[in-house]
Design a protein around this ligand. Sequence first.
Ligand code: WTA
Length: 663
Amino acid sequence: MADTLDPDGSTTFEAEIDALLEVERFEPSEEFRRAASTTDESVYEEAERDWQGYWARRARELHWHEPFQTVLDDANPPFYRWFTDGRINVSYNCVDRHVEAGDGERVAYHWVGEEGESRTITYADLHRDVQRFANVLKGLGVGTGDVVGIFLPMIPEVVVAMLACARIGATHNVVFGGFAPSSVAERMEVSDAKVLVTVDGARRKGRTAPVKAAVDEVIDRAPSVQHVLVVRNAGVDCPMAQGRDLFYDEVAGTVEAECPAEPLDPETPLFILYSSGSTAKPKGILHTSGGYLTGVAATTKDVFDLKPETDVYWCTADVGWVTGHSYIVYGPLANGATSVMFEGAPDYPHKGIWWELVERFGVTIFYTAPTAIRACIKWGPEHPAKHDLSSLRLLGSVGEPINPKAWVWYYKVIGGERCPVVDTWWQTETGAVMISPLPGVTAAKPGSATRPIPGISAKLVDPDTGQEVLEGEGLLAIDRPWPSMLRTLYQDDERYVSTYWSRFGPRTYVAGDGARRDADGYFTIIGRIDDVINVSGHRLSTAEVESAIVAHDEVAEAAVVPEPHDLTGQAIVAFVTLTGQRQGDDALAVELREFVGARIGKLARPGRVVFTDDLPKTRSGKIMRRLLRDLAEGRELGDVTTLRDPSVVDDLRARVAAQKASS
Ligand code: WTA
C-alpha cells in the first residue's frame, strides 16, 4: 500500500479512505455471496416465527447423549433453563465427535509461540491430551461441580485444561494471564477453587517472567485451593510445596489414558468468568453447558460463515477473556474448525507478525478488536502490504465500538475491499454474539453492529419512561431469553437479578450499554452506561481501580473516570487527594500507576493521575464523577449548583489544563 503514496507527498491512500467513509452501506460482494452458506434474508423471519423451535433446531446440530424434549423452562424468570431433560457433554462435542466422524487428523490448532516455534494439534491429539488431563484432575479429587482455576498463557494446554474440566463436569475459572497474582488469588478465593492450574513461567516479548513463584506469594489467601498443578512451559525453576504442588507431566504419566466423556445435565456449570461491574467486587458470570454450546456453535457457523473443511480461522483474543472462551475454544471446536492460536503480541518480533501468519497459514477468517486495528493504523499500511493477504474472505471485530475510520481501514487494507466486516456486539454475560451482520445477507454500515442475529430479539428502551425507542437513543435490552445467556452470578443470585433484571422486570435483560437505532432497525452501540471503563476492549470497574488506589498509604481519596483515547478507545484518569505526607508529583504518579498494576494488572493502570486538594462532591458527600468525566473529556460542565463547594471545579479545571499543556 505504501506505493500509493504520491511523489508530491499527498496521499491517494488517504483520499481512498475518505471516499470509503462516504459509503453508507456495504453489501456483501457477489463473490462472497456465491460461496456463503446463508444468503437469504428469510432466515431472520423464519427464526422469529418460532424462536424456541429455532433454537431447538440449532441445539440438535450438536451431539446429545440423550435428546431433550423441553426447550425452555421459564417458570422462574430470570432463572431460565434450557434443554433440561437432555444429556450432553461439551468436550465430547468439541473433540470425540470429530474423531469418530473420521476427522481426527484434521488440524484443530496451528499454534505459534512467541519465538516463532510452532506446534500442530489435531483433533486426535486433543482427544488424547484431554482424556489424560481429565484423569489427572480426577486423581486430585476434582469431580462434577468442583471449580478449577486456570492461570495459563496462550499455550495449547489452556484449551486442554478447559476441555478436561468440561469432560468431567467440573467448572473452570480462567484468569487472564495479564492479571496480577493477587487478582488470581482473589478469584480463586471467591469461587472456592479446589485446584489451580498454572505454569512455571511465561514469556512476553522476549522476556520470561516467573508465574508459579509469584502465585505462591498470594495463594494462601485462597484456602480452598488444595493443589497447584504446574505445566512446564518456560523452563523456570519454581518452588514446589510438598503434597500441594505437582508438575503436570509427572502426574500425567501415572494416570490412565482413557476417560470417557460423561453424559451431563445440560445445566451443569461449564465456567465462571469474572468480569468488572459497578462495584469493586468482580462479578462471577456463570455459564452452563448445553445452551452455551448451542449459542457459540451456531454463531461461529453463521456469523463467520465458517466451513470447517476449507476455512482457516483466527481469533486474536486471549483465551482468558470471553472472546477466547467462545471463539477460540468452544465455538470453533464444536464446529470442527481449524484455527490459528498465537501466543505472542501483535508487534513482536515485528509489527507485521499477524500478517506474516495470515499468509503462512492461509487464514480465511480473521477476528480481532478495534484497539488492535487502531494500533495497526498507527504502525502504517506498509506492514500488511508486505504480505499476501488474499486468502482472507471475512473479517470480524469485537469488544468495543469500532469507529468508522478504523472500519474502512480494516476493510480496505486488510480485507482488500473484498471481505465483509462483521462488527459483533455481545458480552461475557451473553456468551455468544447477539448483534452482528450475517455476512452473506446483511449490508454493513461502518460503526453499526447492524441487526440482532436470527433467534435473538433486542430493543432500545427510554431510560426515563421505560417505553421502547424505535428510532433514536436508549438503553440496549434483550427482551427474551437465549440459550447462551448467563445463568446467574456465582453464589450471588440477588446481584444477578438486581444488576440485569430489575429495571424493567425479570423478562427484560438490561445490557448496560447505550445504543442508537436507525430507520433500518440497525443498532449502533454507544458504550457503557454504568461505571465500567473499556480499555482496549477490556472491561474495568471504576470502583475496583479506585479501591486499589486508596489502598496506597499516601492516598486519602480517589475517583477514576474514562477519557477518550486514540488507541485504547478509553483510558483511565485518576483524580487523587493525598493524606499530606508527600507531594503529588510525577514520581508519586508513577508509583501509583505501578501500585495499581501490581494489585489488579497492567491494564488497570491509570493513564493519567491528577492530584487535587478536593474532589467535587454533592452536599450529601457523593463524588460527582459525571463532572470529572466532563473535565477529563474537555466538555462544558453540566450543572454544578448541587456541589458542596463549587470552587473545587475551577481548581480542577486549571490542573487538568496545565497537565494537558505539559504532556
Ligand atoms: C462492549 C466482550 C460496541 C460493550 C465480547 C459490551 C462492544 C462490552 C462491542 C462487553 C461491539 C463489545 N460494539 N461495543 N461490537 N462488543 N462491546 O464482557 O460495551 O468483555 O457491553 O465482552 O464490550 O465486554 P465483555
